[in-house]
Structures are given as structure tokens and as C-alpha cells.
Design a binder for this molecule. Structure first.
Ligand SMILES: [Zn+2]
Length: 363
């Protein structure tokens, strides 16, 4: 199971999938859902949805989703010497950008390598040494010598730009890779496709690989309008507090198993977040008890997910944000623990099995 999840993670993190350009990831999801005997559908926005029919039409319908898209950039301007300026898409941490390798999508769908440049150390005056540049000051070098050369390679204004995809196994079950947020969640969906199709349950479960989370947090909302679920579980990556710089600020630990957000709120411009529906927290706790897996709890300001919009669909959907820890989240080298994803899928599987028509929806 762990190795199967590791294989899904590796395949998924190496696929380009900037928000709005998720199709390479969607193709993998479609193929793997189909390999489990499911019939995936893709909607206009690009959400990939697969239905696992339950045995009782009277049981609540469950949507489990994870986002396929990653943050990145779009090409904004190419200067006469062939250097490329960027517009950002999503929460890009500017601290890590200089010397980060990137790939730029061309009109043929091929991705070309480049690097976000930085002023050589010898030429950096002391006052610039500890300064973080804004992304508007940065540029990408793809080796071209002129604007014409860049355009002739198939790059244009609006071309997608992503961190250069990478995947490395670290000690233990840890993985260092690009886009673990949220291809790790997509890997969990694929693992669930395998385990949920192998056994019957009263409730119908929809697995949804969603789009546009890093952009506007509303891809899964469209899926919810189609599926009309009663309850929804979002799988995403969350930042733990177990590194020296964050000691004492929170409980989440990498390798500590899955977590659930009791409360999250963006608090940095978006007036939204999710306070978990109490019935969903009870369901997760019951599944944790049944599987013997401890579920970490989180309450924080600084992030949110599509659940914050999904909860208002279909006359109100009971939502819960669950996830696995990712260190250095949104950077080009994120770190996760495959064991966390494995235990997360076991808990969610148990949750879906516990839901029947007598499910207590009270708050
Ligand atoms: Zn995410």
C-alpha cells in the first residue's frame, strides 16, 4: 500500500499542472480511475470526477476531493534580450525564488527549462545581501538571446511557468518533491479508488480531483454543484510546526499521521475559511478509533481550502478539511511522509464505511 502510494506520488509530482493547465495531471487521474473500473468524467473547468456507487440510495452522498493544480507563474513580458518576466499565480514565496529552476510551457505543450536568475555574489553590494526581491524584479533565463528567439520557441505572453518538477526519496518514508501540495492528496484519491472499489458500503462516494485551488479556491465548488453531496472531505497538505524555527507554535508533526482542521481562516485578504461541521469531526474520530490511527488536530489562521466555498452549496454541505503534513509548503522542494498519506487514506476509508442512512447530522 505504501509503495503503491509512493508510485502515485512520484508519477503525479513530475507532471506539470499550473492552475488552469491541469490536463497532464488530469490524464493520469483519469487513467488510474479507469484502471480501478471507474468511469471518470471531466467537466468544463477540468475537474475529474469518479463515482463509486453505494448499496443504499438513502445513505448520504460523500464527496472526497483533492486539487490537481499547483501554483506558479505566467509569462508577462519578454525583454529585447530574451529575459522573461513573470506574473504570479497563487501564494508564491518570493524568498526561495532566485536560482530556482523552472519550466515554461510552449504552444506545443512541451516544457522548456530555465532558471530564475540572481545577481552573482561578486556583484552583490552588502546592502542587497539580506534583501528579498519582489517577483516583479526577477526574470527567467532560458538561454535565449533575444525576444524573437523566445517567441520562436513557442513561448508567449500567458505561457505557464512552474517549478522544475522533481522527486527524490529521503530517509525513511519521506519524499522531497515539487507540488506535494496537492499531488499527495491526488495520490490519496487514487489509493482510495483502489480500496473503496474493493468493498461495498451503503454510501455513494465521489472522488474528485479538482482544479484552480491555488488560483481562486472554487474548482471543487463546481463539482459539488453537479454531485450535490451531503458531506465532503477535502484532502490537502498542511504545514507542520516540527522544525526548529516553528517550535512551540503548533502541534502538527510530519510523520504524526493525518490531521483534521477544526478551524481555518485565510486572514490575508480572503474573508473565508472552514470551521469543521461537528458531525464530520465525530465521524473522523470514530474512524480514528476504529482504525487505531491518531488524527492530529489543527486550528489556525493563514490558509483555507475549497471547502470554505463547498460548504455553502447544495443547501449546506457538512465539510471537513483533512490532510497530511508538508514541510516547506509552496516552495520548490516540499517534504512529506508517505506513511502520513497511507494512514490518511485508511481513516477516510473507514469514515466512508461508517456512513449510512442513520448518520447523525446534528451539530
Ligand atoms: Zn493545497
Amino acid at each position: 500500500m505504501l509503495e503503491r502510494i509512493g508510485g502515485f506520488v512520484e508519477t503525479l509530482v513530475l507532471a506539470p499542472g499550473l492552475c488552469g493547465f491541469e490536463m497532464p495531471v488530469c490524464e493520469i487521474m483519469k487513467r488510474e480511475f479507469a484502471a480501478c473500473g471507474l468511469k471518470p468524467e471531466v467537466d468544463t473547468l477540468g475537474n475529474c470526477m469518479a463515482k463509486i456507487e453505494g448499496t443504499d440510495p438513502g445513505a448520504p452522498v460523500i464527496m472526497v476531493f483533492a486539487h490537481m493544480d499547483s501554483l506558479g507563474f505566467f509569462v508577462k513580458y519578454v525583454d529585447p534580450d530574451g529575459f522573461i518576466k513573470l506574473e504570479r499565480a497563487g501564494g508564491i514565496p518570493e524568498k526561495v525564488l532566485p536560482m530556482t529552476e523552472v519550466c515554461i510551457g510552449t504552444c506545443s505543450g512541451r516544457y522548456l527549462d530555465g532558471v530564475i536568475a540572481f545577481k552573482s555574489h561578486h556583484q552583490t553590494p552588502p546592502e542587497e545581501k539580506y534583501k528579498v526581491d519582489r517577483y516583479q524584479q526577477l526574470y527567467v533565463d532560458i538561454g535565449a538571446s533575444s525576444r524573437e528567439e523566445v517567441f520562436s520557441l513557442g513561448i508567449d505572453v500567458g505561457s505557464p511557468v512552474i517549478y522544475k518538477p522533481r522527486h527524490t526519496r529521503l530517509a525513511g518514508n519521506r519524499v522531497l518533491a515539487t507540488f506535494l501540495d496537492d499531488r499527495g492528496g491526488c495520490a490519496a484519491l487514487l489509493e482510495l479508488a483502489h480500496t473503496l472499489t474493493a468493498e461495498p458500503r451503503p454510501a455513494t462516494v465521489w472522488l474528485v480531483a479538482s482544479v484552480l485551488e491555488e488560483y481562486n479556491l472554487r474548482g471543487a465548488m463546481l463539482a459539488a454543484r453537479k454531485i450535490k453531496p451531503d458531506m465532503s472531505i477535502d484532502i490537502d497538505g498542511g504545514a507542520p510546526y516540527d522544525t526548529p524555527d516553528l517550535a512551540g507554535e503548533g502541534h502538527l508533526r510530519l510523520g504524526g499521521g493525518p490531521y483534521m482542521d477544526i478551524y481555518n481562516f485565510h486572514g490575508r485578504g480572503t474573508l473565508n475559511g472552514t470551521i469543521a461541521h461537528p458531525a464530520m469531526v465525530r465521524l473522523a474520530e470514530a474512524a480514528g478509533e476504529k482504525t487505531g490511527i491518531r488524527i492530529q488536530r489543527q486550528a489556525y489562521v493563514g490558509g483555507l481550502t475549497d471547502s470554505s466555498y463547498v460548504q455553502f452549496e447544495n443547501g449546506g454541505i457538512m465539510c471537513l478539511d483533512m490532510g497530511f503534513c508538508i514541510r516547506y509548503c509552496h516552495g520548490p522542494c516540499e517534504v512529506c511522509d508517505l506513511g502520513d498519506i497511507e494512514r490518511l487514506t485508511e481513516v477516510i476509508r473507514a469514515m466512508t464505511n461508517l456512513v449510512d442512512r442513520s448518520f447523525d447530522r446534528s451539530r
